[in-house]
Design a protein. Structure first.
Length: 572
């Protein structure tokens, strides 16, 4: 029941160059990974999810004891609508937080390490499929330097897809080993890595169909005893995941079968967007949407692929189908979107795992599986492509160095995407460029008058300018659309505090922590207000409530309150 391997060329076996022997290919991959990505260690947060995952959730990920608790939460921890059950991602962030706190350096370092390991696993996987060392090595370098995979490595939030690829590759490598050796240890490792993959990202569910594909197409058998036992194990793991996910997500986003099918049909044209970037990564964007992007590169790659298939010799059709199936089956979940009313983005990190299938297809269709290590036109052309891809990758990666760079690229390439306008405005606001921020927010509201957070952010601009009436209108408009938005309550409370409307401010700060018990700035403001009212007991109460939740309160405030309480007690 072993996989049918491509025909081996004995001359290639005997003429393997020394740099491809033993562990040397992995060292070369390490060096190239470091050359391509080491500069990203100095990158900051992009403020697309990474700020929520790390900064907003630091009260959770900063505690190593929460590793088990990670299985009981959505990846964003304190969210109203839950859609992303990804505890392995959270655990990796907990480990990074333990080592480096909120510094982006350790998170970026982990991303690079995972990418290096995945590149090595691609090399091992292709060897397991029976490909020769040189074409397998070239293919792994193609994976290492590919510009379309840059986002998965340079953006901290892209880690979920690199982790998924790591566990899927380990899982399928050990599966092939088990099918060839029947060793129980290989099967156990396979099932363990499949379990870790499914708890990393729900996309791993499609591996079940991939295994059926292997069993039917590659082995012509499916009802063997070993197959049935593996299927049973998969079902047990999936049921475990399902019930743990159901228990963890208090208010999950529910999809009907009709919603899923409609979402895939409506968004499926984006597959050409991804196909184009496999061979012609010249239309890269940090946040692409279909309406602002061209599909021409995808059509060109399809034509090139048909041409290669037509003229390739000694191609293994089953492996070619296997590669296409891999590409589509792992990309398909990218077309299922939580909210059909919002523009769908097709971020490039989602191609990280699917592109391995394209590599298998290319090895067969492009006859790359038969190339040998020698100085000829083909090898020079391949090296030139790898060098070009490396240059494009390094240049493109700087779009992830900070929030301004990221969102300027998003707005430039997706000008009709409200999210791009909104978050670029937020970056300008944080940099103190209020006029630029206001312009982006107003343009955003033209695209979507109910875009979340925009009215709140305009309120902040007007409050800073002293235009309190306009600020109040914006905050109230935000709360009209999103009545559970904690930050809008907090900012409106600040506005009332500036206007000496203390009672209104207190009520709004209380509402803030009612919605979000981890909004520590609200606890601090309440403590200060009651301190100024000489209600030191209440002031101490809010300090204690924040500290109970592992929150940080200004030590000077704690000292003032404690001294006041101590002074009163001494008088008694």
């Amino acid at each position: 029941m072993a996989l049918k391997k491509p025909m081996k060329n004995k001359s290639q076996e005997n003429n393997t160059p020394s740099f491809l022997k033993g562990f040397r290919p992995h060292i070369i991959i390490l060096i190239i990974t470091a050359i391509i990505y080491s500069h990203t260690l100095g990158f900051k947060f992009t403020y697309l999810d990474d700020n929520k995952l790390i900064l907003d959730n630091f009260h959770f990920i900063s505690r190593i004891s929460n590793i088990i608790e990670a299985f009981k939460h959505d990846v964003f921890i304190d969210t109203t609508n839950n859609a992303y059950y990804r505890p392995i991602m959270t655990i990796s962030l907990i480990l990074d937080a333990y080592l480096g706190g909120t510094s982006p350096l350790f998170y970026h370092l982990t991303n690079i390490i995972i990418h290096y390991l995945c590149s090595c696993l691609v090399f091992i996987f292709l060897l397991k499929l029976g490909y020769q060392r040189f074409p397998s090595f070239i293919s792994s370098l193609f994976f290492t330097v590919h510009p379309a995979l840059c986002q998965a490595v340079s953006w901290i939030g892209g880690r979920n897809d690199t982790l998924l690829a790591f566990f899927i590759l380990l899982s399928i490598i050990t599966l092939i080993s088990y099918l060839n050796t029947r060793k129980t240890t290989k099967l156990l490792i396979h099932l363990l890595t499949f379990t870790l993959a499914i708890f990393t990202k729900e996309t791993a569910l499609v591996f079940f169909f991939l295994y059926i594909f292997i069993s039917i197409i590659m082995h012509k058998k499916i009802f063997e005893r070993q197959n049935i036992s593996i299927f049973t194990s998969y079902l047990i793991i999936i049921l475990l995941w399902y019930f743990m996910r159901k228990n963890a997500l208090s208010n999950p986003l529910n999809y009907t079968s009709k919603d899923i099918i409609n979402s895939i049909i409506n968004n499926f044209p984006a597959i050409l967007l991804y196909i184009g970037k496999t061979l012609l990564p010249f239309n890269l964007s940090v946040l692409p949407i279909l309406s602002d992007n061209t599909l021409i590169w995808g059509y060109i790659v399809v034509v090139i692929s048909i041409f290669l298939v037509s003229f390739s010799k000694n191609k293994n059709s089953l492996y070619m189908i296997f590669g296409i199936f891999w590409f589509i089956i792992f990309l398909l979940p990218a077309f299922i979107r939580p909210n059909s009313n919002l523009p769908a983005d097709f971020i490039e990190h989602r191609i990280y795992l699917p592109i391995i299938g394209f590599i298998i297809f290319l090895l067969e269709a492009g006859n790359i599986k038969n190339i040998e290590f020698k100085i000829n036109f083909l090898n020079i052309a391949i090296l030139a492509i790898l060098f070009l891809f490396s240059i494009i990758n390094i240049s493109y990666s700087y779009n992830f160095k900070d929030g301004i760079s990221f969102w300027e690229n998003a707005q430039r390439h997706s000008p009709s995407y409200p999210l791009a306008r909104r978050n670029l405005g937020a970056m300008y606001y944080l940099r103190g460029e209020l006029d630029k921020a206001e312009k982006e927010y107003l343009e955003c509201l033209k695209l979507n008058p109910t875009e979340p957070m925009v009215h709140n952010n305009l309120g902040l601009i007007y409050m800073n300018r002293g235009e309190f009436k306009k600020a109040e209108e914006e905050f109230l408009m935000e709360l009209k659309y999103y009545p559970n938005y904690d930050t809008a309550y907090y900012n409106l409370a600040l506005l009332y505090l500036r206007q000496s409307k203390t009672n209104e401010a207190v009520n709004l700060f209380k509402k803030t922590i009612e919605i979000n018990p981890y909004y520590f700035d609200a606890y601090e403001k309440l403590s200060l207000i009651f301190y100024t009212l000489n209600d030191f007991k209440q002031s101490k109460f809010y300090i204690d409530e924040a500290l109970k939740r592992n929150g940080k309160i200004n030590p000077e405030i704690i000292k003032m309150v404690e001294q006041s309480i101590h002074h009163i007690e001494r008088k008694k």
